[in-house]
Design a protein around this ligand. Structure first.
Ligand SMILES: [Zn+2]
Length: 699
């Protein structure tokens, strides 16, 4: 059995992971050892004889579970970026064991009592603020998972959890089944008018796979949305739109997007009832309060007034957007009345007319080396660090490795950069931690290490890889998460870097970094045409900037309708009072949006974020985090204006590093924000960045 660090690299924690040597057959034996150690440590800590002190309870558990998290993190990472059938099998085989271990820790009543006893012990006051925060977070999580309930209520609580999980699964299965069940077959070429070639080609292939003539379109987004956006065939748009917005509802069978058993209406009602019951058991008024307990937003009322405020400010802009669209559709598209299935089509035509530019042309200006140099320069200037190439074992020859140093040359952090899409690599872009900062047992600290993963196109034909502007933004975004993880100064694992940061504040540092991709000084320097070496022309950049805010009023109201609906549902909605969730959705749309929704629309029946994902009473967090990041960025804009220089303002950067990035989860995000900004966040900067600073000029 390979169970020692020398013969099982997954058990070697002395340095960075030995990626070249890790094999699928190492996974199970390593997890055997690590899980056994972790279980033993938890058991010891929870024993009656164990003194209720940090050093006897929290520390040994942390010391035994960290290696487990790290090794399992390596396996998960490899599974995502270098998948093989053998590794996938090893991952799948061990996943239930790891999940079960963590849920058993969360349910361990003796451990909960021990944690609680620490907070009542005399020595508690002597603990650092960071350690106190870790204990508070743990107690909160224990409570939310029902640890404090009277024994006789626990079976019902467990039942609620299980039933909710089953309902969530059924909800998303129905959405998927209803989506899969529908197809629109076009039989004549004339029906394809307006569609981009690649969309028609994909539809042709889909029909071919079924040995059919013609073209097959489905309700999956990459097939459905281009039809709405580009198809000149209004009847086709209408048919597909009706099918799309009635999926998984009682109207599904009528329009062909589902069967009666896929109707999610009853699931929605039961899910809401169970959540309300859970909230009552935990001592809250409603489920929205439960959801907000571990978040930055404090009360449902606070969230709703935030949304209300945003709606009031965005509304005149949405009205203007809507009028422009109607005028344009009437005069240039011959559509006297815009129906819901015309919206995306008319908007796309208007956008093309006003701001058309070629994504591909822009891409030629962003070769990899210039983009990285630009990103590193922003980081170095603002946060006083140096980023240099470094070396470490990697999982693919394309992966690069870097080190981040302070001005005096001391090591701060390291990161892997895996930029290109390839076979066996999961899609999307993300930041993950390979190792978090913490104080070591002797002296010194363990420096953080991050994985930064993207899926951009690799270089071809001897030319450097070039990125679209969206890809550049993605890279800055993930690097922002990376900086939060890497620049932390917190020595306690549970709250260092992104650990313990409230869920609705975690996107602050990432979205913050995106702003630099819209800053002319930064863009000019990091762009260099792959053939001519010329920077991006200012005129093209201005077009991109204008296109960015196209119809942002309407877009904002749409997000507000979703967020308000989600909040209202979880505050005081009761289906037994005769109003359905769909009635509520319609009411909220009427109240906040400027465009009526189709009478047959049943969009709540496919709102998986809140009925099958983790976003219940949390959908607002998208806008919430945008407000935080825009407002934080505005501090740099203000400094630049005051000094009549660039946004790369060093002293504001130093403050941002200290108050936001370094503190990680060691204090509430609101405190960190106030420490940086000198006040609570407000929505002005976001409105300004979206072109909605002033009420629109009267026309
Ligand atoms: Zn993110």
């Amino acid at each position: 059995m390979a169970t020692t660090p020398s013969d099982n690299p997954l058990l070697d924690f002395t340095a960075l992971p030995r990626f070249g040597e890790i094999r699928p057959e190492h996974v199970t034996p390593a997890l055997d050892v690590l899980l056994a150690n972790a279980k033993a440590a938890v058991e010891r800590a929870a024993q009656p004889m164990t003194p209720a002190q940090w050093s006897d309870v929290v520390e040994p558990v942390e010391r035994a579970t960290e290696p487990l998290s790290r090794a399992w993190g390596v396996v998960g990472h490899l599974n995502a970026v270098a998948d093989t059938p053998e590794l996938r099998a090893a991952h799948g085989e061990n996943l239930p064991r790891v999940t079960e271990f963590w849920s058993s820790v969360g349910q361990n009543l003796e451990l909960f009592k021990k944690y609680k006893a620490i907070t009542h012990h005399d020595s508690f006051e002597l603990l650092s603020g960071e350690r106190k925060k870790i204990l508070e977070n743990s107690l909160r999580d224990f409570r939310l998972s029902g640890a404090e309930l009277p024994e006789e209520q626990k079976p019902r609580f467990a039942e609620l959890q299980e039933r909710q999980a089953a309902l969530a699964k059924a909800f998303s299965d129905h959405v998927l089944d209803a989506t899969n069940a529908y197809a629109f077959y076009a039989t004549r070429e004339a029906e394809l008018a307006g569609l981009p070639e690649d969309v028609s080609a994909a539809a042709r292939e889909a029909a071919e796979r079924e040995n059919k003539e013609g073209w097959k379109f489905t309700l999956h987004f990459p097939s459905y949305f281009p039809v709405l956006q580009y198809s000149e065939n209004r009847a086709m748009r209408e048919t597909m739109y009706r099918a799309y917005v009635t999926r998984a509802s009682e109207l599904g069978p009528v329009y062909g997007a589902g069967k009666a058993e896929w109707d999610n209406t009853a699931i929605i009602e039961e899910q809401l009832k169970l959540r309300a019951e859970e909230a009552k058991m935990l001592g809250y008024d409603n489920f929205a309060e439960v959801s907000l307990t571990p978040k930055m937003a404090e009360t449902p009322a606070q969230v709703m007034s935030f949304l209300e405020d945003l709606a009031t400010r965005a509304r005149p802009h949405a009205e203007k957007d809507w009028k422009e669209l109607r005028d344009f559709a009437a005069s240039e598209l011959g559509l006297a009345q815009i129906e819901p299935w015309d919206m995306a089509f008319a908007a796309e035509r208007l956008r093309q007319k006003r701001y058309s530019f070629s994504e591909n042309e822009v891409k030629q200006y962003f070769p990899e080396d210039f983009v990285l140099q630009g990103l590193f320069k922003v980081t170095e200037t603002l946060f006083g660090v140096h980023i240099r190439p470094d070396s470490a074992p990697v999982w693919n020859p394309d992966v690069r490795f870097f080190r981040v140093e302070n001005a005096d040359g001391t090591l701060v952090a390291q990161f892997y950069l895996d930029l290109y899409a390839r076979e066996g690599k999961r899609g999307g872009a993300w930041m993950d931690d390979a190792r978090s900062r913490r104080k070591l047992d002797g002296n010194g600290v363990q420096t953080p290490v991050a994985y930064l993963t993207c899926n951009f196109s690799a270089p071809v034909g001897g030319r450097p890889a070039c990125f679209t502007h969206d890809e550049v933004i993605t890279l800055f975004h993930e690097f922002g998460h990376g900086l939060h993880h890497m620049l932390t100064r917190v020595d306690e694992l549970g709250v260092s870097g992104i650990n313990g940061v409230e869920w609705d504040a975690v996107e602050l540092p990432s979205q913050f970094m995106e702003n630099f991709c819209w800053e002319w000084d930064v863009v000019r320097e990091m762009s260099s045409h792959v053939e001519t070496g010329k920077p991006l022309p200012r005129e093209l950049f201005d077009k991109m900037l204008a296109a960015k805010n196209f119809q942002s009023g309407l877009g904002t109201l749409r997000q507000i309708v979703f967020s308000m609906f989600d909040m209202a549902l979880h505050v005081d909605f009761d289906a037994s009072k005769g109003k359905s969730a769909n009635d509520l959705a319609r009411e909220i749309n009427e109240r906040y949006h400027v465009i009526a929704q189709a009478s047959f629309s049943r969009w709540p029946n496919t709102f998986s974020h809140i009925f099958a994902g983790g976003y219940a009473a949390g959908y607002y967090s998208y806008k919430w985090a945008e407000v935080l990041s825009a407002d934080a960025y505005a501090a740099f804009e203000e400094a630049a204006q005051a000094a009549k220089s660039s946004v790369l303002d060093e002293s504001t950067g130093t403050r941002y590093r200290k108050e936001i990035l370094e503190v990680g989860g060691s204090r509430p995000a609101m405190e960190s924000f106030k420490a940086f900004r000198g006040r609570e966040p407000n929505i002005d900067a976001l409105l300004r960045h979206n072109g909605m600073e002033q009420p629109p000029a009267q026309q």
